[in-house]
Design a protein around this ligand. Structure first.
Ligand SMILES: C[S@@+](CC[C@H](N)C(=O)[O-])C[C@H]1O[C@@H](n2cnc3c(N)ncnc32)[C@H](O)[C@@H]1O
Length: 327
């Protein structure tokens, strides 16, 4: 993205605009990913309505410690955060989902001017925004958009005191250099006077990480497989859902969880008239989730144009939350 000054990231379409155009863009991206020597699909495609519903179910799982740990940090630090941020901020959240953790900030921060949740999953976003507006009596201005594309804050959003919020370890889905670039874009977008609150998952025992992404009830498997359901429905492909299985493993060298869909046999899938061959055992790489240390995340933030004002972890040191200030 070519990031201009301050609040405006550069105007471009709303992801909820022209459905035919979005399908073509999605089709082109999916075809390119499946034509690559190592088949890959961008994790943003997880989030249709069913994917968003399944993600919410994941956050409730016993194995998925991330949401509970991040919630605990935010609850513990809410008063301190409120003091540091001061009154009258506008809260802008990237990948807001159901905005559940956001409520901790909305409860703690005084005199918020507005809340701007940004998410690619339009209906889910609108439903969450309606609930928050009703519960808090605050201007809630949802922005249905792909945050990889140029974004622009709606004109009515007060922008003199911006607090960005990027929870959920979503930063871990970026390659580290892409994460640094994204942080640089957020710095231009939010401006030099802004702060950014980011949640980053921490390195830990690989066994604990792997079950968090491969739970006993199979909810994460359903979330991963839903990509194929979505492509069959929206792109007209003919993936045989019985021909693939979910896999999650930790790559200790790269410090990341990888999620894949593994082909159970030699097979051919048709998408947009193209025949895509899968060998038995071949995978589609569907997500990375990088795990940081406090130090490595601090270094990443610095490369992204921010410095750490404060960092906190939960009592078990599972998850970290960083309050960043434009460097
Ligand atoms: C891991 S979930 C986190 C949800 C929530 N923030 C939380 O902490 O539980 C990632 C969220 O980012 C959204 N998302 C993923 N890729 C996106 C993109 N490229 N642009 C905008 N939103 C995106 C998804 O729809 C989803 O709500």
């Amino acid at each position: 993205m070519t990031a201009p000054s301050e609040t405006v990231l550069e105007a471009e379409g709303d992801a909820g605009g022209d459905a035919a155009a979005i399908d073509q863009a999605m089709l082109a991206e999916v075809l390119a990913g499946l034509a690559a020597p190592r088949k890959t699909i961008a994790s943003k495609f997880f989030y249709d309505a069913e994917g968003s519903r399944l993600f919410d179910a994941i956050t409730e799982l016993e194995e998925y410690y991330l949401t509970r740990a991040e919630t605990a940090v935010l609850q513990q630090q809410a008063a301190d955060l409120a003091e540091r941020i001061g009154p009258g901020a506008t809260l802008v959240e990237f990948g807001s989902g159901s905005s559940v953790k956001t409520r901790i900030l909305l409860d703690a921060l005084s005199g918020l001017s507005a809340y701007v949740p940004i998410d690619i999953s339009g209906d889910h976003l609108d439903a969450a925004a309606k609930r928050l507006a009703a519960d808090y009596g605050l201007p809630v201005i949802p922005l249905h958009a792909d945050y990889h594309a140029p974004l622009e804050l709606p004109p009515q959003v007060p922008r003199d005191h911006l607090l960005g919020f990027f929870p959920g370890s979503t930063i871990g889905n970026f390659e580290p250099e892409d994460a640094a670039e994204f942080l640089r874009r957020l710095r231009s977008f939010l401006g030099g006077a802004a702060r950014l609150l980011v949640g980053a998952d921490l390195q830990k025992d690989p066994a604990r990480l792997e079950v968090a992404y491969d739970d006993a009830k199979g909810v994460t498997a359903a979330f991963n497989m839903n990509l194929l359901v979505r492509f069959n429905r929206e792109l007209g492909s003919d993936f045989d859902l019985k021909g693939f299985r979910h896999e999650a493993h930790y790559d200790a060298d790269l410090g990341r969880i990888e999620m894949h869909l593994v082909s159970l046999r030699d097979q051919t899938v048709t998408l947009d008239g193209q025949r895509i061959a899968f060998a038995a055992g071949e995978t589609i790489h569907t997500e990375n989730s990088y795990k940081y240390t406090l130090e490595s995340f601090g270094a990443l933030a610095q490369r992204g144009g921010w410095r750490s004002e404060a960092s906190w972890t939960d009592p078990e040191n599972l998850f970290s939350v960083h309050l960043l200030i434009a460097a």
